[in-house]
Write a protein that binds this ligand. Structure first.
Ligand code: KE4
Length: 428
């Protein structure tokens, strides 16, 4: 029987001081019942809670830890920076080094600006698209989550979907009146809308592989249509690669699908576990950002040396031979194992993955958009989540999330997880 009394005590205390006892809503496990476990430490593919329970971790801090917990290259890089300081609020060479690494790995990016979160990255990219085009309207897609900037909190996924709320209170209608949210993967609807208002659209933003309505890849032609039609109307195509960046392939989703967006947002992996976001793209667009241009964006800790060092160490590791093949093979094995576990138990399960980003829905139908995702069996998901947690497997506590595999996940970890899934599917 899993002992969680210390987590329960800590959760009670945290709830007195922090809304919901958490610093990000999805961590409260509202969608799956039960209470969050408090983490004591992490190492490689595992995390350990304050009661000493061990878990194979497929959340990986919601994506950043593609090398696993405490990879030596990142720890060594951080220790080296600590010898010279933590933050200066002035340029350092480390910022240029991380910029160079991202630009070398993602050819569509000619210039890049570092910020501190994915939210800052997407918020700034939207402001830049509006400043560059002089237009106001932004198009997003239902179920895609781009962080919590007011203008993008419309029909969002992730924590907003997990809470079952349409958007957020506190966001004036005037702010979201210029944001249109269309159906993900609906090519006809997108073309129709752009034929009507395309010349008024500043930007179109999406997750090229959605991970915040659960795992939903683009259907054939969807990304290509967005690229072709936005070019025709002079709208800026923004790939929110905060989750997919350096996760689904070395060249991110744009490299995998061969699409060149005008702007790209990054986060998670490029910080290697420290707070980093970034947005970048064509020089001609990026030079509209202050101090060169008139679109303002700033940040006290943007380009922080510690965060840069963790990002540099992570991306350098990802450039090594066979990294993405290893990640792909392990993730495919995991998802095939989940599928066969469900089949053996007669449970309808829909699994998918791109690179080391994966997901599964308890449904017999194909899932192409947020409406499809919301029809899945959320109760079965919650039961599966709780059973797997008890069996030492830490999955995202919401159907509207993705899961991740790291280079630290061994074949034995995958085998153990599949065995746990077989048992859990039989008990659902
Ligand atoms: P942050 O502001 O949380 O660093 O990034 C926002 C963001 C932007 N774009 C995409 C595609 C994202 O997935 C995210 C954040 N992802 C969620 C998990 N789905 C973060 C977890 C959380 O909110 O606690």
């Amino acid at each position: 029987m899993m002992q969680t009394s210390k987590s329960e005590i800590l959760f009670l205390e945290a709830q007195k001081l922090i809304p919901g006892g958490v610093n990000s809503p999805v961590r409260a496990c509202g969608a799956v019942g039960g209470q969050p476990v408090f983490i004591r430490n992490g190492d490689k593919s595992k995390i350990y809670d304050v009661d000493g329970n061990q878990y194979i971790d497929y959340v990986l801090s919601w994506g950043p830890l593609i090398l696993g917990h405490r990879p030596s290259c990142v720890i060594d890089a951080l220790n080296k920076v600590l010898e010279i300081g933590t933050s200066f609020g002035a340029p350092t060479e480390l910022e240029t080094q991380l910029a160079r690494l991202v630009i070398d790995m993602v050819p569509s990016v000619e210039k890049i600006r570092m910020v501190n979160s994915g939210t800052e990255a997407t918020m700034s990219a939207i402001r830049l698209a509006r400043g560059y085009t002089g237009r106001d309207i932004v198009i997003k897609f239902d179920g895609c989550y781009h962080g919590h900037a007011d203008t993008l909190l419309v029909a969002a996924g992730s924590g907003v979907a997990t809470l079952g709320i349409p958007g957020s209170s506190g966001v004036p209608d005037s702010v979201i009146s210029k944001t249109l949210s269309l159906k993900f993967n609906d090519i006809e609807e997108f073309i129709m809308v752009m034929e009507k208002i395309g010349d008024k659209v500043a930007g179109v933003i999406l997750e090229p592989v959605a991970g915040n309505m659960g795992f939903v890849p683009p259907i054939n032609g969807f990304l290509q249509t967005l690229r072709h039609v936005t070019s025709r109307y002079g709208a800026i195509l923004i790939f929110d690669e905060v989750m997919t960046g350096f996760r689904v392939s070395k060249g991110s989703a744009q490299g995998l699908f061969g699409i060149i967006p005008d702007l790209t947002c990054f986060g998670k992996v490029i910080g290697g576990g420290l707070p980093v976001g970034a947005y970048g793209g064509k020089k001609e667009i990026m030079d509209h950002i202050a101090p060169v241009g008139k679109v303002y964006q700033a940040g006290t800790l943007s380009g922080n040396p510690l965060a840069m060092a963790a990002g540099i160490a992570t991306l350098k590791e990802l450039q090594k031979k066979d990294v993405y093949e290893t990640l792909e093979n392990r993730t495919e094995k995991l998802m095939k194992g989940f599928q066969s576990a469900a089949d053996a138990a007669g449970i309808s399960l829909n699994t998918g993955h791109v690179g080391s980003m994966a997901g599964f829905f308890f449904s017999s139908e194909d899932i192409h958009n947020f409406d499809d995702a919301k029809k899945c069996n959320l109760e079965q998901f919650a039961k599966f989540y709780r059973l797997m947690l008890k069996k030492g497997v830490y999955l995202a506590p919401s159907q509207f999330e993705a899961c991740f595999v790291s280079l630290a996940h061994s074949d034995d970890d995958i085998d153990q997880t599949i065995l746990a899934a077989r048992e859990a599917m039989a008990e659902i």
